[in-house]
Design a protein around this ligand. Sequence first.
Ligand code: CP
Length: 331
Amino acid sequence: MRHLLGTEQLSREHTLAILDTAQEMAAVGEREIKKLPALRGRTVVNLFFEDSTRTRISFEAAAKRLSADVINFSAKGSSVSKGESLKDTAQTLQAMGADAVVIRHWASGAPARLATSGWIDAAVINAGDGTHAHPTQALLDAFTMRAHWSKLQGIPSVGADLSGMRVLIAGDVLHSRVARSNVWLLRTLGAHVTLVAPPTLLPVGVEHWPCEVTYDLDAALDKGVDAVMMLRVQAERMNASFFPSTREYARRWGFDDARLARLDALDLKDTIIMHPGPMNRGLEISSAAADSPRSTVLAQVRNGVSVRMAALYLLLSGDLRETPTTPSVKD
Ligand code: CP
């Protein structure tokens, strides 16, 4: 595997290789040694056509912790605003010696285009494209769930998958690349996924995804759940016809204080609450839920650095090319 473009085609072996390597990277980060020489002399370009806080900064931190040189490119303030194309932008950066290009783009498919066009030689990592995919977010979410799940099962994380784990992903599925990438990755790792959303915020064809789908958040919680992942309402990608009222959305699909209390009432003491960020507090998640001891929001951000170190290291060292690919094993 030369590029990391999505999770649908990511084999179980490659997934576990990235998660296990991320665990080693996290262990390094916990010690005094903050930097590894693994990518010394290599250049990582962060090519961002859409806004980002977590993903861009954590890729930068990850590359620097591996001793790579980092070039940060933001479309805002660049020659993209003068009409420069993706091809010319990418080739300009390649001419500066990029070994890896981390790309976020508003257009679904832009990272795949970059990877397959022959325009550049660098490894391409998708940092989120349109509503299509956000593979490193799904990997850091899986890393976070795996740490929690393996602790509950009393087994070491290395080698463990998420078999038997019940994951509920709730909210604006229609616009969510995070939901799409998580559904496929969690399927590969053996978790059982339920999507909960208003009917207008579910994509056409969702019935073919490897998960259950429902509109009723409370009924889904009542069935029992080990992780609840709330999705951001992506107001910038929708018009009013998609959306119930803000108040109705929060009441029916928000993880509010009442639903936080419901986890206790259902005796779901080990259930974690996740959110990829940025959060709309008071809409899809209440502050009490976001800041509760159950919340993994900041752990997800922390784990993102280790997972991105692993992805950069494995792609640039060529180690993922050696791993045999097999189809995902779980349906
Ligand atoms: N989760 C996520 O992708 O956040 P950013 O948009 O801040 O990168």
